[in-house]
Design a protein around this ligand. Structure first.
Ligand SMILES: [Zn+2]
Length: 121
């Protein structure tokens, strides 16, 4: 039994947005917990829940932008030049959750049949 399943998770619907409008929920004047993301008024130094030092909205925005920049540079397309790494062997239906998980982190994954023979046809 040979199963072949190729899937490219595409994010074509995600249009690149203007930088400063990406996070209207983050107010540079407010303070934020880097762990749980809770918002605090100026003057408060620590998150009551996590007991970690708060970061300013500015810092949070900078961190978010940095993260997006890194994600934006990554493509969900797998090209023939890409080096593929086998991370898991098993039944396809057991592997599907891994692909979903990787896609969530903008990492393209390929599920192939057990023969490993990817020739067309
Ligand atoms: Zn917190």
């Amino acid at each position: 039994m040979l199963k072949k399943f190729f899937s490219w998770a595409k994010k074509d619907n995600e249009i690149p947005r203007e930088v400063d409008t990406t996070h209207p929920d983050v107010d540079p004047a407010m303070l934020y917990c880097p762990q749980c993301g809770d918002e605090y008024r100026a003057g408060i130094r620590q998150c009551h829940v996590c007991e970690v030092d708060l970061i300013s909205g500015k810092e949070k925005l900078a961190a978010l932008k940095e993260e997006e920049k890194m994600n934006g540079e990554r493509s969900m397309e797998i090209s023939p030049e890409d080096r593929l790494v086998a991370i898991r062997n098993g039944k396809l239906r057991d592997l599907k959750p891994y692909q979903v998980l990787l896609a969530r982190h903008t990492i393209p994954a390929l599920l192939t049949g057990e023969s490993g023979n990817c020739s067309k046809g």
